[in-house]
Design a protein around this ligand. Structure first.
Ligand code: AMP
Ligand code: MN
Ligand code: MN
Ligand code: MN
Length: 274
């Protein structure tokens, strides 16, 4: 089976390495297909089109969406990156993230942190995410570590975990489809939903036109892996795999390290022709 990685992040969002560094790693790992899936931006992907890379590069992005008030992530692949409505959607996502970063900066300033607004302003027009704010707090010497920044200020339920009105998942699916791409429910095991709720979500995702589901890493979560495989079969979703690589500081997420796909599952890339 072809080795692929359809989920990773570069400096265009909250990753540590440049798009080109990642592409070189993907080549070294001899990946058959590869996609860069930064949060709500294709700038990194577009920058790679200027290079003649010896691999099959697929267009990709990880979209922040919501369904019935629950924030979810969706990986979109193999779309036409020139599609106007798709690009409008991405501009909307970026503006959403910029507004949210301002609100988080206000909250952090109230807590006594300095320079957060300036940091956000200096980032310019990009879809700012919480890890970038965490890194700023650490690099400016105001918090000891990224983990502490999340545990105390930015993580789930903390002051900087600002609720955002994200794009409706059904709208995102329609937009991806109109641009010729496929929609994949990303890391389904991370939404803190019980099995019944996850099953309902997957059923609705399929009904809305979703194409695939990302397989969890079976080593870490054997039971969850089996459950997601069962859902993929039951709802006739194709499967996608990705490392969600951000940084070498998280050795459990390594570019190209992805779960195995049983022969009775249909890989999402079976329909790609690059
Ligand atoms: P955002 O899209 O701005 O809400 O940021 C979400 C990203 O923050 C995720 O994709 C993770 O990479 C990262 N993240 C979320 N929670 C934590 C945490 N507790 N520790 C470290 N990184 C986290
Ligand atoms: Mn991330
Ligand atoms: Mn995600
Ligand atoms: Mn991701």
């Amino acid at each position: 089976m072809t080795d692929v990685d359809f989920h990773c992040h570069s400096t265009a969002s909250d990753g540590e390495h440049s798009p080109l560094e990642l592409a070189n790693r993907a080549v070294e790992a001899e990946l058959g297909y590869w996609a860069l899936t930064d949060h709500d931006t294709i700038e990194g992907y577009l920058s790679l089109l200027l290079h003649d890379l010896p691999l099959s590069l697929i267009s990709g992005v990880e979209l922040s969406v919501e369904h019935q008030g629950v924030p979810l992530h969706m990986v979109a692949l193999n779309f036409d990156a020139q599609n106007l409505a798709f690009n409008d959607m991405l501009v909307g996502q970026m503006n959403n993230r910029l507004e949210r970063a301002q609100v988080i900066a206000d909250k952090l300033a109230k807590l006594g942190f300095v320079g957060v607004h300036e940091f956000v302003a200096d980032l310019g027009q990009r879809p700012v995410s919480r890890p970038e704010l965490a890194n700023f707090l650490v690099s400016s010497g105001q918090v000891a570590s990224t983990k502490k920044a999340f545990d105390k200020f930015l993580g789930r339920g903390k002051v900087g975990d600002v609720k955002q009105v994200w794009l409706e998942m059904s709208k995102a699916i329609d937009c991806v489809k109109a641009a010729g791409g496929v929609s994949i429910l990303a890391h389904p095991e991370t939404y803190k939903l019980n099995r019944a709720k996850l099953k309902t979500l997957v059923a609705e995702f399929k009904q809305m036109g979703g194409d695939g589901i990302e397989l969890p890493h079976e080593a870490a979560t054997g039971q969850t892996y089996k459950f997601v495989v069962k859902l993929a079969k039951e709802f006739e979703l194709k499967v996608s795999v990705g490392s969600d690589f951000h940084t070498d500081k998280q050795p459990w997420r390594k570019l190209g390290k992805t779960p195995t796909i049983a022969p009775d599952l249909i890989p999402i890339w079976s329909q790609f022709s690059v």
